[in-house]
Design a protein around this ligand. Structure first.
Ligand code: NAI
Length: 434
């Protein structure tokens, strides 16, 4: 156990600005505020020591303070080296919450930060809950600090890629804790991944490049939830959008949504803007870079930077790399200039401010409910991956309706009987896909 470092952020003087933005965000996060009102007084998370590893943004600050208001002790790191908003981290540190995060750290510092979150306070009490985004904290505990597993009640995981890692572990028999897959709550993946990226992708490309998007040809690799939002984001900006897919169902969806669907090798010579959104590896590699047009913009909105073969690019053309500004680099590949955003790491958090608060309120309400459930009902769960029950998913949605002026149609008893549901929900079967 390391010595106690109370926090490490870029500049604590940014706390006041961070606090002002947190206050604005709270007004856009009705789900989290309702959970504070409902559970704040009874402090059901008392005794929980939650280590969190999730992009240290303004929205995450509201999540952290919700967990604290529900009674938890919390430590925090960011799950990406570029995603921290330094004013948010400063505000959290100033509130006395141990946070280890700054924008533009290196890989070694990244691991150091996660490590600091494992032990709490001067007396170095170990964590007893994990809240993760992408699985790096979970992997560190399982693979490097297995002696801590026995004291931990469970973990909740935010994103598609992290959830994928958990199911792999369950299959291989190396999942050592009960886990709640937050991503596959409908009010997470069908909102954050889709509507979040619909707002934050183009925002990132604009902040990074100031490029006129109207009239450009963009290719989106992957037409899952993130790809659907990303393609719509670009179309809304006036791009003609091409889509690549391996799955015939998603390919057909893309075609019927009005996009041209084709392999990357064909798209590559036509596009000006490249966005990977697959959660898979090697989507844009050597032959694609070589075939690209001059001044192509290349970025990734999936969780890890291996969707774009940055290793090859840096090895082969690293000496041509020149920084235009932080998180915007130009490479010269076979005489053509290629612009790479956020070093291939998720662009909406690297080059912009991530998703807006309102949609993160949906995601983080699920996170809060997952932590509550695992902390208060751990005995009900085996070392498997679970999703939250549909009634809670519906509850999260319900908490966000009035903020957007939406009013539900009341369901009459005879109608409920006719379609075979309870008046209080759940309103759909588990098979329903939304
Ligand atoms: P998803 O599974 O819904 O979609 C991925 C799609 O990519 C699938 O339809 C799959 O068939 C397709 N695909 C796989 N290999 C491909 C290939 N070689 N070429 C073309 N398409 C291919 O996953 P989701 O939820 O859309 O997430 C994608 C990634 O984005 C994950 O890494 C996830 O963790 C991350 N994510 C990022 C967010 C952000 O704010 N930047 C928000 C939410 C998720």
């Amino acid at each position: 156990t390391s010595t106690y470092v109370p926090y490490k952020v870029k500049d604590i003087a940014l706390a006041e600005w961070g606090r002002k933005e947190i206050r604005l965000a709270e007004a856009e996060m009705p789900g989290l505020m309702a959970l504070r009102a409902e559970y704040g007084p009874s402090k059901p998370l008392a005794g929980a020591r939650i280590a969190g590893c999730l992009h240290m943004t303004i929205q995450t600050a509201v999540l952290i303070e919700t967990l604290v208001e529900l009674g938890a002790d919390v430590t925090w790191s960011s799950c990406n080296i570029f995603s921290t908003q330094d004013h948010a981290a400063a505000a959290i540190a100033a509130a006395g919450i141990p946070v280890y995060a700054w924008k533009g750290m290196n890989e070694e510092e990244f691991n150091w930060c996660i490590e600091q979150t494992l032990f709490f306070g001067e007396d170095r009490q170990p964590l007893n809950m994990i809240l993760d985004d992408g699985g790096d904290l979970t992997n560190m505990v399982f693979d490097v600090y297995p002696e801590l597993i026995g004291g931990i009640k469970g973990l909740s995981e935010e994103t598609t890629t992290g959830v994928h890692r958990l199911y792999e572990r369950m299959k291989n028999g190396t999942l050592h804790l009960p886990a709640i897959n937050v991503n596959d709550s409908v009010t997470k993946s069908k909102f954050d991944n889709k509507y979040g990226c619909r707002e934050s992708l183009v925002d990132a490309i604009r902040r990074a490049t100031d490029l006129m998007l109207a009239g450009k040809v963009a290719v989106v690799a992957g037409y899952g939830d993130v790809g659907k939002g990303s393609a719509e984001s670009l179309r809304g900006a006036g791009c003609r959008v091409l889509v690549t897919e391996i799955d015939p169902i998603c390919a057909l969806q893309a075609a019927m949504d009005g996009y041209e669907v084709l392999p990357m090798d064909e798209a590559v010579t036509r596009a000006n803007i490249f966005v990977t959104a697959t959660g898979n590896i090697g989507i844009i590699k050597d032959r694609h870079f070589r075939a690209m047009r001059d001044k192509s913009v290349v970025c990734n909105i999936g969780h890890f930077d291996n969707e774009i073969d940055m290793a090859w690019l840096n090895e082969t053309y690293g000496q041509t790399k020149s920084q235009i500004k932080p998180q915007v680099d130009m490479y010269e590949v076979d005489g053509k200039e290629i612009i790479v955003l956020a070093e291939g790491r998720l662009v909406n958090l690297g080059c912009a401010m991530g998703h807006p608060s309102f949609v993160m309120s949906c995601s983080f309400s699920n996170q809060t409910l997952a932590q509550l459930e695992l902390w208060t009902n751990a005995d009900k769960y085996e070392n498997k991956v679970y999703v939250l029950p549909k009634v809670l998913d519906e509850k999260v949605a319900a908490l966000h309706l009035s903020h957007v002026g939406a009013k539900l149609e009341p369901l009459a008893q005879d109608q409920a009987d006719y379609i075979g549901v309870q008046v209080s929900g759940p309103f759909k079967s588990e098979l329903y896909r939304y």
